[in-house]
Design a binder for this molecule. Structure first.
Ligand code: SAH
Length: 218
């Protein structure tokens, strides 16, 4: 993979257009939009995608995986309602773009990837010295990260076949889990709030399309 690390005036202009598109599509959280305006998405893609990196589309990142569509990243991030120093667990590091958006918002981010080759790329993370609040892990997201639990919020960026019980255990009372749950080829976005008695309050949003959340490491 050949990555381009030049953020030009043209890229910035395209990013502002993308932000305007996301606003039209209903994203209203200014902090989320500002983070998207600040982060060069083309740094997370092969240079072959340089000209189209700011289209509101998912793109391949290797290993049969994709970088999420900007609208999806913005929607999930908005649902999480991130506050500085929130401790967040992300399942599905993929391109590292979504994790970077969370880190830019000041969260302490713990992100897990099950594909070894994608995890290896995190060692060359371009913003390593900028976001000291972002940590990468190789593992199975169904297991979470018990050592670092509990988390204020948990974000799943792959299509979950069911709500992983171990992740609910690792969520603080009052915390949110944002999770796309499988319903065939599409997934319904859920935001779960963990109540004091351990039960879950569920809000449902519209449908999205994610790559599957798979168990075990690869
Ligand atoms: N957040 C990513 C989206 C990548 S697509 C981004 O911004 O680019 C979803 C990712 O989830 C893929 O890389 C896939 O390998 C990973 N994944 C799927 N099941 C997983 C699991 N059980 N644990 C950890 N990662 C998983």
């Amino acid at each position: 993979m050949n990555i381009q690390h030049d953020d030009t005036f043209l890229h910035k202009g395209l990013r502002n257009q993308l932000v305007a598109t996301l606003r039209e599509k209903g994203i209203s959280d200014d902090k989320v939009l500002k983070a998207i305006a600040n982060i060069p998405r083309h740094f997370f893609l092969d240079s072959a995608f340089d000209k189209i990196a700011y289209e509101d589309r998912a793109f391949p990142i290797g290993e049969g995986q994709t970088i999420s569509q900007p609208y999806t990243v913005a929607f999930q991030t908005q649902l999480l309602s991130i506050k500085p120093n929130d401790k967040i667990l992300e399942i599905g590091t993929g391109s590292m773009y979504q994790a970077t958006v969370l880190a830019e918002l000041g969260a302490k981010v713990f992100t897990i990837e099950r594909q070894k080759l994608l995890f290896e790329k995190t060692k060359k993370y371009i913003f390593k010295n900028k976001y000291l609040n972002l940590k990468f892990f190789y593992g199975d997201g169904f297991m979470g990260l018990p050592t670092y639990a509990p988390f204020d919020k948990i974000l799943i960026t792959a299509a979950a076949p069911y709500i992983p019980p171990k992740l609910i255990e690792q969520l603080k009372t009052g915390g949110y889990m944002v999770i796309p749950v499988d319903e065939g080829s599409n997934q319904r976005m859920l935001r779960l709030t963990k109540c004091a008695d351990g039960s879950l309050q569920e809000e449902t949003f519209h449908e999205f399309s994610f790559v599957p959340m798979l168990s075990g490491r690869n």
